[in-house]
Design a protein around this ligand. Structure first.
Ligand SMILES: Nc1ncnc2c1ncn2[C@@H]1O[C@H](COP(=O)(O)OP(=O)(O)O)[C@@H](O)[C@H]1O
Ligand SMILES: C=C(OP(=O)(O)O)C(=O)O
Ligand SMILES: [Ca+2]
Ligand SMILES: [Mn+2]
Length: 665
């Protein structure tokens, strides 16, 4: 109701002429009876606290011990275990040139009591080396360790201490990744030593830019010194790979709650029991994100450096806070460790039908792995990184990392609904007051992202493992608009397109890409593979043959013209195409063969207009179509030249067949 001065208020009639009604302090006699039925403020038990501090201390209680103490486990054993854990963290953070590990203590420095923290766990380590004169200042201070905090605790840390952290209307934690909003592949370095010199893929086309051991140690020291100089660091101990036989233990040391929550979501979360018995990690990341590398350091070409040392089983991150760097960095490690065990690592999404039919979705960034593997009618095994072993497929990760640009509830409901409490939302724009996210707003970056635990998808398959794949779908986002929406591939064609790894890089995921650019990225993930592409290709061919998987090429890119004149194929059509692959219907369809690429294309698919199945039909300018087709064919041929001299598999027949499976003209 509007008041005299036009101001708006509720219930203005409730107010007396002179403002608020008077409070009655004396009970009237007739009120006494009804009074007994009214629950009074003081009728409940008083709280068992004498002071406000005491009251607050009642609010929180320690988690119950997760592993019941057995006869052989005394409380002292528990203390020993805690000691070992802190010693292990201290060792992880050790300077390589001064004292051993720093004095670490668990807990938030903001909530510590006035007395000196108890560090019995670690300080005795220093005593092996009698107190020396060259002890440094850093040895005198404590580094507080925030160890495997829960999402709720990480939210509080982020909101209290990290600028740009906010809770959105759906409960997700919005955060900014800083100056870098995508990966920096040109700043990745790998230590070349006696082993890796022979094992890894180096040179033209390889993502492995070399650095020497010494320079790695320089950067490691820089990162560790930075982290130890902080009052507190976050430590996550987690797993990679849902295949229990080939599980890898990873430790992530980072400076930001954002990074800790991101990895909490993306890696496999240990149960409390698994965490108690975690022991020594197999691999450690030092993420000193906001701290740059030194450009006077050998091999450094910018202020960003992501350094991998396989012998030390360590990775150092300097000068980028983009969290995807950690996830994809570990993926690189798996691309080395798994093939050594005869397990194929895959840059693919993966899902499974009700009848147990598994499909893999290979593709570079932005081609649809996450979108298409998240399918309401199928079980999600994972959206991005998998292993294919003798046991079948397993997800490497414990979460998904979805693009949010133009995200819509209607088109991608499962991803939309996964953006809730616990999810990290990177670089999105939201309303200051309502905290509603505007997914169409690209003011910060095109590469807005959501990282959530896989169980936020309702039909996730937990544990994230499945039988051998039936369909291998290669996704390409063709910005030229000449690749058919779907083609059935022979094994040789599958290998040809797998090794080629064609797509158009769309703006966002990699730093510096502003408009779609044709790229070839071997194995649909050259930025992450460690061995020569033919090693992975040979393993894929062997596995597909052995398990009778069918290969498909799906263009999720343009139709009816190139980028600029045509349009991106409707997601609804791509989903229908994928449905027909899963159901087996597409295997039964009639096919014709295209010119130049020699691709077999179906004439009909339920729910998809037949005329779009052959791109030749969709271009109004037929000459432009042919020219563009030849242009792309030429790019494929040129790209494949470097692979001509390589042998694939045991005999060389496959290599010849593969070459013949490419464009011919
Ligand atoms: N026809 C289509 N098929 C797949 N994705 C599409 C299609 N049209 C538009 N998109 C959009 O393209 C993006 C695909 O990205 P994403 O699934 O995250 O790729 P990846 O996981 O391979 O990096 C999503 O934002 C999706 O909404
Ligand atoms: C995290 C990434 O994955 P994708 O874009 O393939 O989902 C990335 O490439 O940085
Ligand atoms: Ca993805
Ligand atoms: Mn990916």
């Amino acid at each position: 109701m509007a008041g005299e001065n036009g101001e708006f208020s509720f219930n203005s009639s409730f107010r007396g002429r002179n403002g608020l009604p008077k409070i009655q302090t004396h009970k009237k006699a007739e009120d006494a009876e009804t009074d007994k039925q009214i629950c009074h403020d003081d009728s409940a038990q008083p709280v068992k606290a004498q002071t406000l501090d005491e009251l607050h201390s009642l609010q929180r209680k320690k988690s119950a011990p997760t592993t019941p103490l057995t006869a052989t486990q005394t409380p002292f054993a528990e203390e020993d275990r805690q000691k070992q854990q802190l010693q292990s963290i201290s060792a992880s953070l050790a300077s390589l040139t001064r004292e051993t590990g720093p004095k670490v203590v668990k807990g938030d420095p903001a909530t510590r009591t006035a007395e000196t923290p108890r560090v019995s766990a670690v300080s005795h380590q220093h005593h092996h080396f009698a107190p020396t004169l060259n002890i440094s200042d850093s040895a005198l201070k404590f580094t507080h360790i925030l160890y495997n905090l829960s999402p709720a605790e990480l939210y509080e840390q982020a909101i209290k201490y990290e600028k740009g952290s906010f809770i959105t209307s759906s409960g997700a934690l919005a955060t900014l990744s800083g100056a870098k909003t995508g990966r920096s592949p040109r700043d990745k370095r790998v230590v070349k030593d006696e082993t890796t010199a022979d094992d890894l893929w180096w040179g033209k086309g390889s993502p492995n830019i070399e650095m020497d051991e010494h320079t790695f140690l320089v950067n490691r020291e820089r990162a560790v010194d930075y982290l130890c100089s902080l009052e507190k660091v976050f430590v996550n101990d987690q797993f990679l790979n849902w295949d229990p036989e080939h599980r890898i233990k990873v430790r992530i040391v980072s400076a930001r709650a954002y990074h800790s929550l991101f990895m909490h979501n993306m890696c496999i979360r240990p149960t409390p029991e698994e965490l108690e018995n975690f022991g020594t990690p197999d691999f450690t990341i030092y993420n000193a994100g906001q701290f740059p590398c030194n450009r006077y350091t050998h091999y450094m070409t910018s202020s960003t450096s992501i350094d991998l040392n396989l012998a030390r089983r360590e990775m150092v991150i300097l000068g980028t806070q983009y969290a995807g760097e950690m996830k994809k960095g570990l993926f690189g490690v798996m691309h080395y460790l798994m093939p050594k065990r005869q397990i194929l690592s895959l840059h693919s999404g993966c899902n499974m039908g009700k009848d147990g039919d598994v499909a893999l979705f290979f593709g570079l960034s932005g081609t649809g792995k996450t979108t298409l593997s998240t399918d309401h009618n199928r079980y999600l095994i994972g959206d991005d990184e998998h292993c294919w072993s003798e046991n079948g497929v397993s997800n490497i990760e414990g979460g998904c990392y979805a693009k949010c640009v133009d995200l819509s509830r209607e088109k991608e409901p499962d991803i939309w609904n996964a953006i809730k409490f616990g999810t990290v939302l990177e670089n999105v724009v939201f309303d200051e007051h309502t905290r509603e996210v505007d997914y169409s707003d690209k003011s910060v970056t095109e590469n807005t992202r959501a990282a959530y635990p896989i169980e936020f998808i309702p039909n996730a398959k937990i544990p994230c493992v499945g039988p051998h794949p039936k369909n291998v779908i290669l996704l390409a986002c063709d910005a030229f608009g000449v690749l058919p929406p779907v083609s059935k591939l022979s094994l040789a064609q599958t290998m040809y397109h797998f090794i080629s790894g064609y797509t158009a890089l769309v703006a966002g995921t990699e730093d510096g890409i502003k408009e779609p650019t044709a790229t070839f990225s071997a194995c649909f993930g050259a930025a992450f593979i460690m061995l020569h592409p033919t090693k992975y290709a040979a393993m894929l061919a062997e596995k597909m043959q052995k398990h009778g998987a069918t290969g498909w090429l799906v263009n999720t890119g343009w139709s009816g013209g190139s980028y600029g004149s045509g349009n991106r194929i409707k997601l609804a059509y791509t989903r229908k195409i994928i449905d027909a692959i899963h159901s087996g219907a597409l295997l039964e369809a009639n096919y014709t063969t295209t010119e130049i690429f020699g691709l077999e294309i179906p004439t009909e698919i339920e729910g998809v207009p037949s005329e779009i199945l052959d791109p030749a039909n969709t271009w109004s300018d037929k000459d432009a179509y042919k020219d563009t087709l030849l242009k792309l064919g030429g790019l494929f041929k040129k790209n494949f030249e470097v692979f001509l001299s390589y042998k694939i598999g045991a005999d060389n027949n496959l290599a010849e067949e593969i070459l013949a499976a490419g464009p011919t003209f």
